[in-house]
Design a protein around this ligand. Structure first.
Ligand SMILES: NC(=O)C1=CN([C@@H]2O[C@H](COP(=O)(O)OP(=O)(O)OC[C@H]3O[C@@H](n4cnc5c(N)ncnc54)[C@H](OP(=O)(O)O)[C@@H]3O)[C@@H](O)[C@H]2O)C=CC1
Ligand SMILES: O=C1O[C@H](COP(=O)(O)O)[C@@H](O)[C@H](O)[C@H]1O
Length: 498
């Protein structure tokens, strides 16, 4: 029987009073504790500017996990592991105070000098914190010392390089865990298994049999209270440079020779290196940007992006991106990978659709009322988790007519299986020292290198047509034309699409 690994560690959360900590980090650590993936040998130290006692901090931790159906005793015992320190990231004495606290907690919780520094703060502080942690001796412990970095990792390639150089002065590459929460999603992790553990897919996974691959991540929410950040980012930096390109890399990579961090990352890096660069004068041929206007969602009218109080009235920030990526290697030459992501769209849905090529001669073509549809393999990432294979079969009856049939596997429909949240998996991986589902610097750099020409063009040219899609729709019509030019359509990603 497999024994559950119960890592011993102190997690220091920088930005522990913030949104991410409350919504994602505390509940994820709690789930690990509840499931027995953590023993009693762990502590969490929250740091932020505001003046709170550890008791007050524990109350906010309890509040963030209060909707979980568990006994209050468990919640109380869990929250006893949490401690708080008011902190100024630029002041060396804050680090020295933290160092003392960590040494004491090491003894109390038997954490053997193991430390995870989780930077859940505005990115402008990432470099300073990393440098000070080293300078003030917090990384010199008898155990491991790891740095978890939230997105965004830079704003473009030069700023990402600068940040990387800064943190590399304090931490080695193997100590750095750059979070991309899509890599913690169950079905994103399943891409490799579907591809490499099934004899029926891998032989077909190439330009001889695949016509195109579509990756969609649509959201119904607008920018909510993140307008200020989003104005500096836009969908290209917020979603494409990281999550979307990571999914493309997993879909396109060669089978790794072993399932190790180095081998898997190395195959993903090769895909990113093989991406055909988009020249600035070609951006319009390959990429489409959009911004949502007002519209109807869930039966009510919603405001446009530009109406948000934190957004410029004439903002040219894109809330939608669709693009065509080409991978110039032996396996993928000629196969377009289409990606699209946007806010305030028809449905919340992340799906990958692999469209297979038509067979050379179809004996049943044109028979019956329904046209035959291509074979599709749909990987449902969220909210449903699973796979659907679209096939053609004989329609019951006297005639040789075909009808589409779907073979469905739903991962999260099975009773009793509650798939863990992405953050839960990633935090646990980091505690165990498994960096496979975190992005290596080379992946970050190659992704910025790919998207930078696109953002340069978009920033230098006014988007006079904005807003160009209604809230509640599937994005601007130019995104449909992008595929129509190649003779394809976007396959629906939800039943709500007409
Ligand atoms: N929220 C989300 O859903 C997501 C967030 N992220 C990333 O996570 C990071 C944090 O985001 P989020 O939680 O939303 O941000 P918030 O603005 O909600 O929280 C920021 C935190 O930083 C602390 N802080 C700010 N300035 C200082 C300072 N000078 N010294 C010490 N602490 C400081 C704040 O506490 P106080 O005011 O008490 O100092 C607060 O705890 C960002 O990099 C963001 O891009 C990534 C993906 C999703
Ligand atoms: O990283 C981000 O992801 C979310 C979407 O994540 P999901 O897990 O809900 O699909 C997005 O809303 C946010 O803008 C972006 O920063």
């Amino acid at each position: 029987m497999n024994r559950i690994e119960q890592p011993k560690t102190i997690v220091v959360i920088f930005g522990a009073t913030g949104d991410l900590a409350k919504r994602k980090l505390f509940p994820s650590i709690f789930n690990l504790y509840r499931k027995g993936n953590l023993s009693e040998d762990f502590a969490v130290v929250g740091v932020a500017r505001r003046d709170l006692s550890s008791e007050e901090f524990r109350s906010s931790v309890k509040e963030s996990i209060s909707n979980k159906q568990v006994s209050s005793d468990k919640v109380d015992t869990f929250s006893e592991h949490f401690h708080y320190q008011s902190f100024d990231v630029t002041n060396p004495s804050s680090y020295l105070e933290l160092k003392d606290l960590l040494e004491k907690l090491d003894n109390t919780y038997q954490t053997e000098g193991n430390r995870i520094f989780y930077l859940a703060m505005a990115p402008e502080f990432f470099g300073t914190i990393a440098e000070n942690l080293k300078k003030e001796g917090l990384t010199a412990t008898s155990g491991f010392s790891r740095l978890v970095i939230e997105k965004p990792f830079g704003h473009n390639l030069p700023s990402a390089k600068q940040l990387n150089e800064q943190i590399r002065k304090a931490f080695k590459e193997e100590q750095i865990y750059r979070i991309d929460h899509y890599l913690g999603k169950e079905m994103v992790q399943n891409i490799e298994v579907i591809r490499f553990a099934n004899a029926i897919f891998e032989p077909l996974w190439n330009n001889r049999y695949i016509a195109n691959i579509q990756v969609t991540s649509s959201e119904t929410l607008g920018v909510e209270d993140r307008g200020r950040y989003y104005e500096t980012s836009g969908a290209l930096r917020d979603m494409v440079q990281n999550h979307m390109m990571q999914m493309v890399a997993l879909l396109a990579m060669e089978p790794p020779i072993k399932l190790t961090t180095e081998e898997i990352r190395s195959e993903k890096i090769k895909v990113l290196r093989a991406l055909r660069p988009i020249k600035e004068d070609e951006v319009h041929d390959y990429f489409v940007r959009g911004q949502y206007g007002k519209g109807m969602q869930n039966g009510g009218e919603v405001e446009s992006y530009r109406d948000d109080s934190n957004v410029d009235d004439n903002s040219i920030t894109e809330t939608y991106v669709a693009g065509k990526l080409l991978i110039d290697n032996f396996r993928w030459a000629g196969v377009p990978f289409y990606i699209r992501t946007g806010k305030r769209m028809t449905a919340k849905s992340t799906k990958i659709v692999v469209q297979f090529k038509d067979i050379p001669m179809n004996l049943y073509y044109g028979k019956g009322e329904q046209q035959q549809t291509p074979n599709l393999l749909v990987i449902n990432i969220q909210p449903e988790e699973g796979i659907t294979l679209h096939l053609n079969a004989k329609k019951a009856g006297q005639h040789m007519q075909t009808t589409p049939v779907n073979l469905d596997f739903c991962n999260n429909c099975i009773d009793g299986i509650n798939t863990p949240e992405a953050y839960e998996k990633l935090i646990y991986d980091c505690m165990k020292g498994d960096a496979t589902n975190f992005t290596h610097w080379d992946e970050v750099a190659l992704s910025w290198n790919f998207v930078d020409p696109i953002s340069n063009v978009w920033e230098s040219q006014m988007a006079t047509q904005f807003p160009n899609y209604e809230s509640g729709s599937m994005g601007p019509k130019e995104a449909d034309q992008l595929l129509a030019r190649d003779g394809f359509i976007w396959w629906p990603v939800s039943d709500l699409e007409k």
